[in-house]
Design a protein around this ligand. Structure first.
Ligand code: UDP
Length: 368
């Protein structure tokens, strides 16, 4: 008995947006998730009055006004602006790369001096056409910044040398000849007051949700109750890894409650040397300007994904790109199943891009 128009597998951002829109178009929707909670990797949990980003820090930012006004229907956003600090063996630098960073690194004072130093280092490295992350980074900011702020962090984060990583990863970070520590080039930015979980709960308001429900373990049964499936899990897992596993990076969080109000004075501090085993420390209260008496911090340890781990970052290099295309061919032939979101499309998506892609799906599926 097909009781539902859509079964949405995964109660993360992609699934929640699609479910909301489908329900608002009068469709009968069931959302399932194998975790005991909604919100996927943007899940936040209250600890000591602080919203802890359990699956890694998420800072909402977008240039898309439609996306911004949409998301504001489900939460009020604060004015948080991400400005991480880089700690290289005790030396602190401003991120993203801007005049404060260049001044601290080289003592330069004007934008012209900074540009000239970057150009000098770029020329000395002899890179004409950057072919990988290392060459891209050096062409953007020179060798000193590459060595101190990029090389160690990136190799820890991705578990691969920078020379074997695609250059688009580093293009996520702005380079500015202005005194501006805003990490994102985005018109709109903030954190949902009260946490992301409450935001997703509001999105799913009135929609049937079943938690602790594993689609792949009961696939035939679930397929039997819905006309169509929107699957937001890992695409390789859906096909039983038949061509082999796609590579992901996983993250382990070591979270601690500290009996002090301020540990590091900032939400995000990146440890950019190669020796410190974690990539960054998140102090969650500062996402919402908290003044609680205690604080909660999370150290992030990056590792290669293996079965049983949570997949976080797709490794979008050539090898995995080619493997993904083979899975996508299978996905296109899979009748009645739509693949979406970061894991379904194997894509290093930011949250606003996830929403845009869910909007695209809604247009295709729901507009007649
Ligand atoms: N990155 C770096 N040094 C830093 C921060 C970032 O080299 O201090 C590089 C690194 O390769 C990372 C990429 O920039 O993977 C993108 O960083 P972002 O902060 O956007 O990653 P996310 O927050 O998604 O983990």
């Amino acid at each position: 008995m097909k009781m539902y128009d859509y079964l949405v597998v995964g109660a993360g951002l992609f699934g929640a947006v699609f479910a909301r829109e489908a329900a608002d178009c009068g469709k009968k929707v069931l959302v399932i998730d194998k975790r005991p909670n909604v919100a996927g990797n943007i899940y936040t949990e209250n600890s000591e009055g602080i919203n802890v980003h359990k699956y890694g820090a998420h800072i909402f930012h977008t240039n898309n006004r439609k996306v911004w006004s949409y998301i504001n229907r489900f939460a009020e956003f604060n004015r948080y602006t991400n400005s991480p600090v880089a700690n290289y063996k005790g030396e602190l630098y401003s991120l993203p790369f801007n005049m404060y960073t260049f001044n601290k690194m080289w003592g330069v004072v004007t934008p012209d001096e900074a540009a000239a130093e970057i150009e000098r280092q770029r020329k000395a490295a002899g890179i004409a056409e950057p072919r990988n992350l290392e060459e891209q980074a050096i062409s953007l900011v020179g060798t000193d910044i590459y060595e101190k702020l990029i090389k160690g962090y990136t190799q820890k984060q991705w578990g691969r040398p920078c020379s074997e990583l695609p250059s688009f990863i580093i293009k996520r970070l702005p380079v500015r000849l202005t005194f501006d520590n805003n990490y994102f080039n985005a018109l709109y930015q903030g954190i949902p007051m009260g946490g992301y979980t409450a935001m997703i709960e509001k999105m799913l308001d009135g929609i049937e949700v079943r938690l602790n429900s594993d689609y792949l373990q009961n696939k035939a049964e679930y397929d039997g109750i819905a006309h169509k499936v929107v699957y937001t899990g890992a695409i390789d897992a859906y096909f039983g890894f038949k061509y082999g596993a796609l590579e992901y990076r996983s993250v382990r969080f070591e979270t601690e409650v500290l009996d002090k109000s301020n540990y590091q004075g900032n939400a995000v501090v990146n440890y950019t040397d190669a020796e410190t085993p974690f990539t960054r420390i998140i102090e969650h209260k500062f996402f919402e300007f908290g003044n609680q008496p205690k604080t909660v911090i999370s150290r992030e340890y990056s590792s290669e994904w293996k079965p049983g781990d949570e997949p976080y970052y797709p490794v979008n290099d050539e090898k995995n790109g080619a493997l993904y295309l083979r899975y996508r061919e299978l996905a296109e032939r899979e009748n009645g199943v739509i693949f979406g979101g970061r894991l379904g499309e194997y894509k290093y998506y930011d949250m606003d891009k996830v929403i845009e892609s869910a909007f695209d799906l809604c247009k295709k599926e729901l507009s007649d």
